[in-house]
Design a protein around this ligand. Structure first.
Ligand SMILES: C[S@@+](CC[C@H](N)C(=O)[O-])C[C@H]1O[C@@H](n2cnc3c(N)ncnc32)[C@H](O)[C@@H]1O
Length: 233
């Protein structure tokens, strides 16, 4: 499989050329890093076959990649993206780009805050093989994204947290590391982006609190009794 950088649909995100929006052309920003996109491509290929989900659509860098990967796989799976601000703030940039790339049919867009959209998906008993958490970075929102993502996945699925060097996100990541040891195994993004240096890059980035992306693979269903003691984090 070719690298995502070679995909024509990803060209605006590689070259940072303007995308069409409701208010004219606009240069993409706030996109996932190149390393994140490389890791997402790898995770897509190593996760169970199924729909994927992301919180935070913005200009659509990660959504374009994931929609394209679904299309290349050629089955009937789709990518769900949650973002209440796609029209008001992002002027439909991602929706327009996906339409121009003929990828719209691979996207299910939820125009709601993540807590509301994900609660609806839980109620509908939806399941996802890969969930990319890249929406609001407030602690309480990321925590709610994690709690609901846990309900939307089966063993083998992956949760990936962007900006895990941000204090709010880092706190949630620490909570998971300390309190969900039986349920989730952490995987190193550096094993994918820098395999020969992963042995030192991972521990160093983690010790310095500089790890951009944190990945957890689900090992088993979470069955925590209400009285489970909290391990400090
Ligand atoms: C960093 S950007 C996402 C970048 C995108 N994943 C990409 O690679 O192009 C964060 C996005 O989260 C969205 N967002 C903010 N609060 C949100 C919430 N409560 N629920 C869902 N999305 C939210 C913002 O509108 C913004 O589009």
């Amino acid at each position: 499989m070719q690298s995502w950088r070679q995909l024509p649909e990803m060209k605006p995100f590689v070259e940072m050329t303007p995308l069409e929006t409701d208010e004219g052309p606009s240069t993409p920003h706030s996109c996932s890093t190149f390393n994140n996109l490389t890791v997402l491509q790898h995770l897509f290929n190593t996760s169970p076959v199924g729909d994927t989900l992301e919180i935070g659509l913005a200009f659509g860098a990660s959504a374009t990649l994931l929609c394209k990967l679904h299309a290349l796989r050629g089955d009937n799976t789709r990518h769900h993206a949650i973002d209440p601000y796609q029209i008001s703030q992002w002027k439909s940039a991602a929706l327009k780009h996906l339409l121009s790339c003929e990828l719209s049919e691979r996207l299910v867009w939820h125009e709601k805050p993540s807590f509301a959209a994900m609660a609806g998906l839980v109620q509908a008993e939806a399941r996802f093989s890969l969930i990319y958490i890249d929406g609001s970075h407030l602690f309480e929102h990321v925590m709610s994204d994690f709690m609901l993502a846990d309900l939307l996945t089966e063993p083998g699925a992956v949760l990936a947290f962007d900006d895990s060097s941000c204090d709010h996100v880092a706190k949630v990541v620490c909570f998971i590391r300390q309190n969900f040891k039986e349920e989730y195994a952490e995987e190193s993004p550096y094993a994918i982006t820098a395999p020969s240096a992963a042995w030192w890059k991972g521990p160093l980035a983690r010790a310095l609190g500089k790890q951009q992306l944190t990945i957890f693979r689900k090992l088993r269903a979470s069955k925590r009794a209400w009285g489970t003691p909290l391990t400090n984090f």
